[in-house]
Design a protein around this ligand. Sequence first.
Ligand code: ATP
Length: 311
Amino acid sequence: MVSRGQLSRVHVRAPGKINVFLKVGALQDDGYHDVAIAYQAVSLSEDVIVTPADDFSVSVTGSVELGRVPVDGSNIAITAARLLAAKTGYRGGAHIAIEKHVPVTGGMGGGSADAAATLVACDALWGTELPRDDMYELARRLGADVPFALTGGTAIGTGRGDELSPALASGTFQWVLALADFGLSTPAVYQELDAHRERHARDIFPADPSPSVDTDVLQALRAGDPHMLAAAMHNDLQAPALHLEPGLGDVLELGERNGALAGIVSGSGPTVAFLAADLDAALELQVALSAAQLNVVRATGPVHGARIIAD
Ligand code: ATP
């Protein structure tokens, strides 16, 4: 059902993210945790091109290992397109071509970026003009990281991570990312954290039920100062990720020995993000880690959220 006046193609780019701070609250009765996250959108991004079709389909290409990406209706991009169609009463479909550059199951929100890009792309393709608040509501239903992929930049996420408030930020941060050739399941990493907290309940402080982002992180982001940010970065999911994949500890050490200001497991991992002092330091670190046979890419942040590319 291609209607007259409809665009023939819309291209949207949406960013992957690094959680420069992630604190996980106590396990709640419903099995979820509240979190406090400082998100930074980075220049490793996903390109989504949608074209009109009678039903919904997806194809996936890209520079990362694609084996774990579904190409049927379980792809989150198709879920996003169907959700938008249902919300707006649109009766046609779309073919969604995804070009992936964010590592799959890497803790950098690649699937979330695809979902956000698809919402923006189909809304433009179909001319449905969904109000901004409704778009955010759909994004939240798709996953906790999807609203941030819409906004991009630098933001604080609380609740499930999807209650966003913008953070003041200046400057550009230089990152070197060590990509793993395996994935880590986010639920498995959370389960490992819960099991650790239960095992050591007598020795550690109980987790804060409603955590917040440390003020020194906010100051570092506001100042655009990589040295301050390196000192303030933290991720509660790093220890359980290292427990599940001990080899990540060697990666962290290697980066820090080769000039990184600090390294952090991104989200639930296994991508390790190293913060460099400047572009030269990032280039040197990239060379050193590549020489050690690691698969590394450079990225900068913050960058824009999902937006239409004119091409
Ligand atoms: P996050 O950091 O948001 O927890 P992630 O970056 O670790 O996520 P993703 O690459 O977003 O992980 O994907 C997680 C799972 O979602 C994979 O197991 C994959 O099978 C499934 N999936 C569904 N659609 C997609 C998609 N478009 N791209 C990648 N994975 C997808």
